[in-house]
Design a protein around this ligand. Structure first.
Ligand code: MF3
Ligand code: CO
Length: 253
């Protein structure tokens, strides 16, 4: 069942979204050579709890951290640890915050120091694919219109869409209906209605779309070892332009 949020619920989701977006920016600022991924996780935990919220991911299905940090060929769900970030890495940060009964969820891929032109292009195309999808996040369109726009943009730039993981509705639960795939056909899927809140999150591989699950039970990597990027915002469908609940604002995410 797809829930339509009331104005009161939307207010609560704006609050959760603001903290989540700020946590993403905060994590992104920590990405630099020499920092460990667990240092970022610890600081983000402090950041979220200091704002009166709870990290959505911590203990979700047994996930052991507040942030997913996925480096280079890691696509999503990387577990923070002793890994030291190196110049040239690309670092995907995915974070959620829960406050007032509602979740925010967003992600972005950050460069660590100076990165290759091709890695930067992967980051830029992944981010822009979200905004291509966002053009269809309006009443009168369907989920498949968002999905198709993302896929078409990514593939026309020579990259691949991950299919095993998808975006989702969001609200009192982090994962709600509907699923929001990053591939599909225009005119298909549920109709978009004002009051729907969705997490749209393209995961893009530089090489083939094939993925590999790591034995830690969480980390998902590219099968070919090439880089991957991720970009996500929680959004609200309105009677007009969609609203970014996890608005990155002026920050370069
Ligand atoms: N943004 C991810 C998602 O939408 C976060 C889930 S990671 C987990 O699925 F650790 F919480 F599972
Ligand atoms: Co998500």
């Amino acid at each position: 069942m797809i829930t339509l949020k009331s104005p009161h619920e939307i207010e609560a989701m704006r609050r959760a979204g603001k903290i989540t977006a700020a946590a993403r920016a905060f994590a992104g600022e920590m990405v630099r050579p020499g920092v460990t991924t667990q240092e970022i996780d610890k600081a983000v935990y402090e950041f979220i709890t200091k704002h009166g919220a709870t990290p959505s991911f911590l203990h979700y299905n047994g996930y052991p951290a507040s942030v997913c940090i996925s480096v280079n060929d890691e696509i999503i769900h990387g577990i923070p640890g002793k890994r030291v970030l190196q110049e040239g890495d690309i670092v995907s940060v995915d974070v959620g915050a829960y406050i007032g009964g509602y979740h925010g969820d967003c992600a972005g891929t950050f460069p660590c120091g100076k990165i290759s032109e091709e890695a930067q292009r992967l980051i830029d195309v992944t981010r822009q694919s979200f905004f291509e999808g966002l053009r269809y996040a309006r009443e009168g369109y369907r989920v498949g219109d968002i999905s198709h726009a993302i896929q078409a943009y990514v593939e026309s730039n020579g990259f691949s869409i991950v299919r095993e993981y998808v975006g989702h509705g969001i609200g009192t639960k982090m994962h709600e209906a509907p699923e929001v795939p990053n591939y599909g056909h225009p005119g298909r899927g549920p109709r978009l209605l004002r009051g729907m809140t969705l997490a749209v999150e393209p995961m893009v591989n530089a090489g083939t779309a094939a993925i590999c699950q790591m034995p830690d039970g969480w980390t998902v990597k590219t099968a070919d070892g090439k880089y991957a990027a991720h970009y996500e915002n929680s959004i609200l469908i309105t009677s007009g332009d969609p609203e970014l609940l996890t608005d990155p604002g002026d920050i370069q995410v």
